[in-house]
Ligand binder design. Structure first.
Ligand SMILES: Cc1ncc(COP(=O)(O)O)c(C=O)c1O
Length: 341
């Protein structure tokens, strides 16, 4: 099966723009840098989740869902974009958020309110405070309880896991590689590397799938972890790729899975001085705004790897801007960024 044959609900403005970063390349002494602007995918301020949600929402419709439940951190970009996608398709959206309810909503949480979600539940984060919530901790249990309540009330809820199913990430992100290859071919270039933040892993899985399907694996994908150790992420990516190949009915090749986990710092969402430097440097040199949780840490990784000489001067490295900007306007994040210098 071809990815183009799979049902999807159009949500994102695609193709997202591709833009060169000449001043940052000069500052680092190479490589030649581009940014794929998936922060500009349109709906509700954009972000990487929209490419995945196109498949999740199509599946929800096929399932005959009367509402959607999803979960994430209090400042979850995934929850904000799921709420927006549900608004577009006319499905009530219920959110289970891990963390304390703040006195005043800001950033993504404020947008959830504007997007008029059907319900918001705050539950304590799991025992590992440094990681984004995952089933089957307190969040998973709250999701299951909510699902049962809604079913008893006669609803047919469709549950989207935090960050979307690996299969939907793979289907959403493989075509992104094709898109950026075409964009670069128009200026007689081809990509050597893609660098992206890695959280729940399905974006990276999709990029690897795209490189394998459309470029014979020649575009190398570097994931910069924002939360977990690489040893925990690699099996998840392998599992997701296995699922995608089985779904497409294709033979699975050997994969190259590269995760750089030295840029997490004290934990998920917690600031590092390298992240603060990356956010300020790209803003100062390119007018490009990054977020403190995902793209700031991913760019910190790219900058460090470039300074270590990982790439040749003329290699083409594409940074995937996955969005997340609303978190930049959360008061604690502003404090974090101003103090982490
Ligand atoms: C802005 C942003 N960038 C990157 C990621 C990581 O993507 P993934 O969860 O597919 O690894 C996320 C989500 O977790 C995100 O919200």
């Amino acid at each position: 099966m071809q990815i183009g044959e799979v049902r999807r609900k159009r949500l994102a403005l695609l193709p997202s723009p591709l833009q060169e970063l000449p001043a940052l390349s000069r500052e680092l002494g190479g490589p030649r840098l581009f940014v794929k602007r998936d922060d500009l995918t349109g709906l509700a301020l954009g972000g990487n989740k929209l490419r995945k949600l196109e498949y999740a929402l199509a599946e929800a419709e096929e399932f005959g869902a009367t509402c959607v439940i999803t979960s994430g951190a209090v400042q979850s970009n995934h929850c904000r974009l799921t709420a927006a996608a549900c608004a577009v398709v006319g499905l009530p959206c219920h959110l289970v958020l891990a963390g304390d309810e703040p006195a005043a909503p800001s950033g993504n949480l404020f947008l959830d309110e504007i997007l008029d979600v059907a319900s918001l539940r705050f539950v304590p984060r799991g025992p590992d405070q440094k990681e984004p919530p995952e089933r089957p901790g307190p969040v998973g249990m709250a999701v299951e309880a909510l699902q049962q309540e809604l079913e008893h009330a006669g609803e047919r809820p469709y549950v989207i896991p935090n960050g979307c199913r690996a299969l939907h990430g793979a289907l959403g992100y493989a075509p992104c590689v094709q898109e950026l290859v075409w964009q670069l071919h128009e200026i007689n270039l081809s990509p050597n590397w893609i660098v992206s933040a890695c959280g729940t892993t399905s974006t990276q899985g999709g990029l690897i799938l795209g490189s394998e399907l459309y470029c014979g694996g020649e575009v190398r994908v570097a994931g910069i972890s924002v939360s977990r150790a690489g040893a925990r992420l690699v099996p998840r990516i392998c599992e997701g790729l296995g699922e995608a190949y089985a779904f497409l009915g294709r033979a699975e090749p050997e994969h190259e899975i590269l995760i750089y986990d030295a840029y997490v710092g004290p934990g998920y969402g917690l600031p590092t001085s390298e992240m603060a430097e990356a956010v300020r440097l790209t803003a100062r040199l390119e007018g490009l705004i990054l977020d403190p949780v995902y793209t700031g840490k991913a760019m910190a990784g790219l900058i460090d790897l470039a300074r270590q000489g990982m790439w040749g001067r003329d290699e083409i490295v594409v940074f995937l801007h996955t969005g997340g900007i609303p978190a930049l306007f959360v008061p604690e994040k502003i404090d974090d960024l101003r103090s982490a210098r």
